[in-house]
Design a protein around this ligand. Structure first.
Ligand code: 5RP
Length: 226
């Protein structure tokens, strides 16, 4: 199955969790973009009504383009369901997220939700976290160098994320920088998540441990955390 088909199948499976009247958290990325399209169809064709808290300018704009009502955690501090993509998924449903740079709002939204559903293609499955992607770490700009040194002491190779369409560092939706910390492998994700977040200057990191309830991976493959 092609990657795009897998994303679509995962997005369609997640849409089945959406019920009339729900307040949804909507993640970011290309798989979520497919989910938003499927959500718009559900609302148009079945008369289902939902309101959504976006996790980035990307998802806010996509939702608004489809005419899907936006809300915020101020109005709805508890969400019924959060749907989001991932960059790595381990067999225990722990995740690395944030290659799209939206990890902080994604983690806030997921942690405010009664249930988190992950949608991804099969390239995101790993036996152990860290083997494919770095852990994105959002940092306060004035602290990036000192945080980078501390992340190196934790055993990672660190790069300041620079993007295209602008010279210099990527600036997040929250006005911060991102450090990509590549560890050889992450055997204790909870411990690492906490260690990284205890470094002064770190806003949040892309390790999502014991947050996701279920992951749809392409067609037919489902991972569930009991
Ligand atoms: C953005 C994210 C995305 O969910 C993650 O990068 C997956 O994106 P895609 O669906 O495009 O592969 O964490 O910060």
């Amino acid at each position: 199955m092609e990657r795009e088909e897998e994303k679509r199948a995962a997005a369609l499976a997640a849409v089945k969790h959406v019920k009339d009247g729900m307040v949804l958290g909507v993640g970011s990325g290309s798989t979520v973009a497919v989910f938003i399209e499927a959500l718009a169809s559900l609302m148009r064709n079945e008369g289902v009504e939902v309101v959504c808290v976006p996790t980035s300018y990307q998802s806010a704009i996509l939702l608004a383009n489809y005419g899907i009502p936006l809300t915020s955690l101020l109005e709805h501090p508890t969400l019924d369901l959060a749907v989001d993509g991932a960059d790595e998924i381990d067999p225990n449903l722990n995740l690395v997220k944030g290659m799209g740079g939206a990890l902080t709002q994604e983690k806030i939204v997921a942690s405010s939700s009664k249930e988190m559903v992950v949608i991804a293609d099969s390239s995101k499955l790993v036996d152990v976290l860290g083997v494919k992607t770095p852990v994105p770490v959002e940092v306060i700009p004035m602290a990036w160098r000192t945080v980078a040194e501390k992340l190196m002491k934790l055993g990672s190779k660190v790069e300041l994320r620079c993007g295209s369409g602008k010279v210099g560092p990527v600036v997040t939706d929250n006005g911060n920088f991102i450090l990509d910390a590549k560890f050889p492998r992450i055997d204790q994700p909870k411990m690492l998540e906490e260690k990284i977040n205890s470094i002064p200057g770190v806003v949040e990191n892309g390790l999502f441990v014991e947050m996701a309830k279920i992951a749809y991976i392409g067609q037919g493959k489902i991972l569930e955390r009991k």
